[in-house]
Design a protein around this ligand. Structure first.
Ligand code: KG4
Ligand code: ZN
Length: 333
């Protein structure tokens, strides 16, 4: 079964063709340059770019997969969560294609895409697993007993991890996109230069919180009164990253203990971060967990993860009606 997957929930216009677990093509057009002058994603600009680019990106995905639209068995598109205007473009494009071609249409939850991206590269991921999504919009930890079932164990109470990376990067004058830039600086800094405390939530909670560390960084930067030397930037970046990644690792360990599950999947844009990848690997080696993290192109937003989930749902006959609408905020259940 060959599925065309379309993803436009934020600032990447993406399309892919996936056959079972094989990626035949995975085309991603990043809008980073268009948003950079504004220091973050501007929703209207994102929508306008999706409108302009989606036809060419879908064509490119088909061309790279060496397949015609007629040979596609189903069309999947992200319908939630994300920027409403951005979601609508990919969703409507996918529905229109499916309607014209008389093919099944499958609306996919972006978070379900992230949680399943790992299956595109691994046959041996074991259920139940603890699935942690760390992205620009989410820091959500799920217990996943089987495909299609997601039990939320914990989530951020304020900022998502990627959002915190982007905000601290902005404070440090690193611009946009903040996450990868902050990571680069952090690797050159002293992780112990600033003591940033881990938030204390109630005993047993598996939730996250990153607004406190963001404020702490803001106060440290303010004290400097504009004198942000390269060393200072690198040291604060390193200290922030140290606290944030240690917190994540600590939560994963707690969740594994609480649930008795030792299969871990870490995914989403921030899972592209090398320090986070290394620390979760060390944790898994020390504790005897099994860990799966997608390769970087499958951690960040892409159409392949949407196509994969679409294919799985099509097999279960879970086809979406053409009345399916975009939903900006939603929980995965
Ligand atoms: O999953 P994603 O591509 O889009 C969303 O669904 O949000 O994640 C984007 C987020 C951004 O906040 C970006 O700064 C962060 O992931 N990110 C990183 C890295 N690469 C992307 N954060 C830290 N280190 C990275 N290497
Ligand atoms: Zn995402």
């Amino acid at each position: 079964m060959k599925i065309l997957g379309i993803e436009t929930s934020c600032d990447e216009t993406a399309a892919a063709v996936v056959e079972e677990r094989t990626i035949l093509s995975n085309v991603v057009l990043s809008q980073t340059a268009a948003h950079a002058p504004f220091g973050g994603v501007v929703p209207e600009i994102a929508s306008r770019h999706h409108v302009e680019n989606i036809p060419a990106i879908v064509e490119e995905a088909l061309a790279q997969a060496k397949i015609s639209l007629k040979q596609i068995d189903g069309i999947a598109a992200t319908y939630t969560p994300g920027l409403l205007g951005a979601l609508l473009i990919g969703l409507q494009y996918g529905k229109a294609l499916a309607f014209a071609l008389k093919k099944p249409f499958i609306g996919v939850n972006h978070l379900e895409g992230h949680l399943n991206a790992v299956f595109l590269e691994n046959e041996n991921v074991e259920y139940p697993y603890l699935g942690l999504i760390v992205s620009g919009g989410h820091t959500h930890l799920y217990r996943v007993p089987e495909f299609g079932r997601y039990e939320l164990l914990g989530a951020t109470r304020d900022d998502a991890l990627g959002e915190a990376y982007d905000n601290v990067a902005k404070l440090l004058g690193l611009g946009y996109p903040g996450g990868p830039r902050l990571e680069k600086e952090a690797l050159k800094g002293n992780t112990k230069a600033f003591h940033l405390t881990t938030p204390k939530l109630e005993e047993g909670s598996l939730d996250f919180s990153f607004s406190g560390v963001k404020t702490a960084c803001l106060l440290i930067v303010k004290e400097r009164q504009g004198n942000l030397s390269q060393n200072f930037v690198q040291d604060l970046a390193a200290s922030f990253q140290e606290m944030a990644t240690n917190f994540i690792v600590h939560r994963l360990k707690q969740a594994a203990k609480k649930t008795g599950i030792s299969n871990l999947v870490v995914t989403g844009g921030v899972a592209a971060n090398q320090t986070l990848r290394k620390k979760t690997k060390t944790l898994s080696d020390e504790e005897g967990y099994k860990l799966w993290i997608p390769s970087i192109p499958l951690c960040t937003d892409n159409g392949a993860m949407i196509a994969y989930v679409g294919g799985m749902k099509l097999k279960q006959n879970k086809i979406s009606p053409f009345s399916l609408n975009a939903i900006a905020y939603s929980q995965l259940t």
